[in-house]
Design a protein around this ligand. Sequence first.
Ligand code: NAP
Length: 218
Amino acid sequence: MRIGIIGTGAVARTLAAKLVSLGHQVTLGSRSRDNAAATEWAHQAGPYGHAGTYPDAADFGELVINATAGTVSLQALRLAGADRLAGKVLVDVSNPLVFAPDGEVTLDPVNSDSIGEQIQREFPDTRVVKALNTLSAPLMVDPGRVPGAHNLFIAGEDPEAKARVRELLGEFGWPAEVVVDLGGISAARSTEMLMPFWLNMMRHVGHTDFNYSFKIAE
Ligand SMILES: NC(=O)c1ccc[n+]([C@@H]2O[C@H](COP(=O)([O-])OP(=O)(O)OC[C@H]3O[C@@H](n4cnc5c(N)ncnc54)[C@H](OP(=O)(O)O)[C@@H]3O)[C@@H](O)[C@H]2O)c1
């Protein structure tokens, strides 16, 4: 499959490397055509890895991933172009983290809205699926970093889009039964709001190889 990634940070490059290793073609999109992180990544990724702008990545992808900072995701997707994203599945991995100069991290939006919902509202012809935002980038593509069965969450309005994202997660190594469908895109609020807890856990254990695991009564 051809996959466009909006963003060039750690998440974008980790997902891109895994996707190429699985035989997908990937274009990493950046604000500028000569973004060093993207061009270096594409150079070492081989013939299936490409670098371009946000519009290039949106054009290229049959499926598109938003891997930008949540506070700028709408801005980045506007640059990518609503027409280029129309009809496509957009996997939104972002979190609405706001970093204060004193190190405090807060969320915006929070409680009554989410980045996932903002994107779906502004891009109604795009099939947004919130996924993968509740765990670290290395763990996204290598669930075995944490022992045993542990869970992922998806949320979105379009069942077929969620089914395609489940398939992709399966390719990453996440069995279907651990992927919890929380319902419509408003459920993105709950997964984005796990972030303060996740950050506290990271400080507590001193690394990022941990995840949520639910045992559900039959
Ligand atoms: N790091 C993790 O392990 C992790 C785990 C789960 C979820 N997430 C979420 O995944 C997303 C990506 O995280 P990350 O750590 O890889 O990268 P990040 O540093 O949060 O975001 C980097 C991307 O944001 C873009 N960006 C920054 N300012 C912008 C602006 N004003 N307009 C348009 N685009 C702008 C950058 O564009 P350029 O390429 O043009 O520079 C870059 O591609 C975030 O929302 C994060 O919360 C991260």
